[in-house]
Design a protein around this ligand. Structure first.
Ligand code: NAD
Ligand code: MN
Length: 358
């Protein structure tokens, strides 16, 4: 039997609640599917590790993850440690260390979910946002001088390479081609940002020539926010820079009903390194430790993990179980207006998997 080696990194806050829930669901889907199994290794990195060791993860941490088939991640972010320290010390260290340059974020209105747009039917909103995940605004290039003095200066330099831009656009065109509507929107801000964003537009036009089957259009990022709200059905696959797509995908998650539902994959499409799967939400300090976290974003991320491993049937099985559970209002967590706990939702998905297998 095939056994997949999975690293679990709960991290901080509700990551410690939703990642163990995800692991339980992965075990249940393996049992229900047959033919493969998981071998998990848990890594206690994050804020607690920082307090004990002065770093978010060990210096040789990437080596410990290197041989894994995939990583299931929770959240990095601790109320007592600056956010840029936790983010750069753990999540970005893994994303950049493993060159997971394609961040993929599907959004749909799942059955039973009350989404905020009045005129938007569930079938109108079926998007995948592709986020450049290795450079751009989050390249980490920049610095501060004369700290604390009136002449203090600080820069965050957005760095775009032709290689980086071309590979993410190519990935997005390929993804768009694989979806029924074969429609891609390339988001930039090439009116105001007249160097790198203009290069994006140029590279997009070049790459598009290799994908004659894909219809594509361009949108400026500010106009894109309005289009997402006003004309959701005009959108299918979207590609944007690291910062722009970060913001657009939180908006997308909210339009689909809750941040607690949305999944993401940090992919190394060339499969040189393990890819990492995580809910898009953060540590949620306001509800952590209370059993209130919605685990659906993590479960949907597990669907993406299964797809990445090539276990398409198991992925469909899990998605079906998730949708059966979201369709039941009694199984909604508080973010969806319900009263169910993380444990109850987890148990319901596991039961559904077992029942469907019989
Ligand atoms: P957040 O996603 O943690 O929370 C925003 C709001 O959404 C909160 O009210 C929270 O309760 C709610 N929410 C989020 N996920 C939920 C879930 N699964 N179920 C129910 N409600 C949910 O965002 P934030 O407050 O901006 O950030 C908190 C911390 O998390 C910060 O330290 C931030 O840096 C970190 N963060 C980490 C990641 C990551 O590691 N990928 C992503 C975003 C934020
Ligand atoms: Mn974000």
């Amino acid at each position: 039997m095939k056994t997949y080696a999975i690293a679990t990194i709960p991290g901080d806050g509700i990551g410690k609640e939703v990642v163990p829930a995800g692991r339980r669901v992965l075990e249940a889907v393996a049992a229900a599917s047959g033919g493969f199994a998981f071998e998990f290794e848990d890594f206690g990195w994050g804020g607690d590790w920082f307090r004990a060791h002065g770093e978010m993860m060990p210096a040789d941490g990437l080596a410990a993850l290197r041989g894994k088939d995939a990583i299931l991640f929770g959240s990095a972010g601790d109320p007592h440690i600056p956010d840029h320290v936790t983010l750069w010390g753990l999540r970005l260290k893994i994303c950049q260390g493993f060159d997971q340059y394609a961040n993929v974020r599907p959004t749909r209105i799942l059955p039973g979910i009350d989404a905020p747009l009045k005129r938007c039917r569930p079938e109108d909103l079926d998007w995948v946002i592709v986020r450049e995940n290795s450079e751009g605004e989050y390249a980490g290039v920049g610095g501060r001088a004369h700290q604390g003095h009136p002449i203090e200066v600080a820069t965050d330099v957005s760095m775009m390479t032709r290689v980086g831009v071309e590979r993410i656009l190519r990935f997005a065109f390929e993804l768009a081609r694989s979806r029924p509507r074969r429609l891609l929107t390339v988001v930039t801000k090439s009116n105001a940002q007249r160097h790198a964003m203009v290069m994006w537009d140029e590279v997009a036009a070049q790459v598009a020539q290799d994908f004659p089957e894909v219809r594509w259009d361009k949108e400026l990022v500010d106009a894109m926010t309005a289009r997402m709200v006003n004309r959701p059905a005009s959108i299918d696959t979207v590609v944007a820079t690291n910062l722009h797509a970060d913001i657009l995908s939180d908006l997308a998650a909210a339009l689909a009903g809750s941040l607690g539902i949305a999944p993401t994959a940090n992919l190394d499409p060339e499969r040189r390194y393990p890819s990492m799967f995580e809910p898009i939400h953060g540590s949620a300090f306001d509800i952590m430790g209370q059993g209130l976290a919605n685990p659906v974003g993590t479960f949907w991320s597990c669907v993406m993990l299964l797809e990445h491993l090539g276990e398409a049937a198991a992925a469909r099985r899990l998605m079906q179980a998730i949708e059966t559970v979201t369709a039941t209002p009694a199984l909604h967590t508080r973010d969806l207006g319900g009263r169910a706990t993380t444990a109850e939702v987890t148990q319901a998905v596991c039961r559904q998997l077992a029942a469907a297998a019989r």
